[in-house]
Write a protein that binds this ligand. Structure first.
Ligand SMILES: Nc1nc2c(ncn2[C@@H]2O[C@H](COP(=O)(O)OP(=O)(O)OP(=O)(O)O)[C@@H](O)[C@H]2O)c(=O)[nH]1
Length: 201
């Protein structure tokens, strides 16, 4: 998929204030610092797109970007940010859960995982919750350029092994590097194919 246009539309904390209309939405989520903003900028070929909404507290907002005038890329708040305190964490949790459970346009959620880390409880529990609620999701392993040689493959295989304890069928997964632009074509083609299937239904 070529990206011909990418516009920031709105930031908010309330799923009811998200844009009207029936365009499919592809949302991105992950722990703070996982590389979400960098990935969004890399996918859209817009250096500062994910920063457009960089007002204080940006990470507590649902950010909508209108892509190619036919789908939305949605940047969701990062979870598990230790410095936020319990109240802040609960607020974020509510924003995220309301969006994921209530937003009918949400077509696929991309869960970002730092490819350098061992499986983290917070991510595994989050994906389990997605499964329990029947939410369609895929995984993107980020920052692949940071791992040398066979380490990347080893880490990802270990991660998938851990997931297969929890899942009969593994969710689709992608490997990305915003530095090397790795994963861009695969992720955009994946979105394009889902969009095509939606249009032919
Ligand atoms: N080498 C490398 N560094 C990356 C990559 N993606 C992100 N980074 C770096 O990781 C840090 C965090 O990246 P961001 O894209 O801001 O992460 P984020 O998930 O949006 O972070 P929050 O704003 O905390 O939610 C930055 O220093 C980036 O430069 C990548 O693919 N490769």
């Amino acid at each position: 998929m070529e990206i011909t246009s990418a516009e920031f539309v709105i930031s908010n904390t309330d799923v009811k204030k998200c844009p009207a209309g029936i365009f499919p939405e592809y949302a991105f989520i992950g722990r703070s610092n996982v590389g979400k903003s960098s990935l969004i900028n890399m996918l859209t070929n817009r250096k500062g797109l994910a920063m457009t909404s960089a007002t204080p507290g940006k990470t507590m907002l649902i950010n909508h970007f209108f892509i190619n005038k036919n789908w939305y890329l949605v940047d969701l708040p990062g979870y598990g940010y230790a410095r936020r305190g319990q109240k802040g964490k609960d607020q974020i949790r509510t924003i995220i859960e309301d969006y994921i459970l209530e937003r009918e346009q949400m077509t696929n959620l991309f869960v970002l995982i730092d490819s350098r880390l061992e499986p983290q409880k917070i991510d595994l529990e989050f994906m389990e919750w997605l499964g329990e609620n029947g939410i369609p999701f895929s995984i993107i392993f980020t920052k692949a350029d940071k791992l040398k040689g066979g380490r990347l493959k080893m880490n990802i295989n270990a991660y998938l092994r851990e997931l297969s304890k929890q899942w009969e069928e593994l969710p689709p997964h992608f490997i990305s590097s915003s530095e090397d632009r790795l994963g861009r074509t695969d992720i955009l083609n994946y979105i394009e194919n889902i969009n095509k299937n939606l249009n032919t239904k």
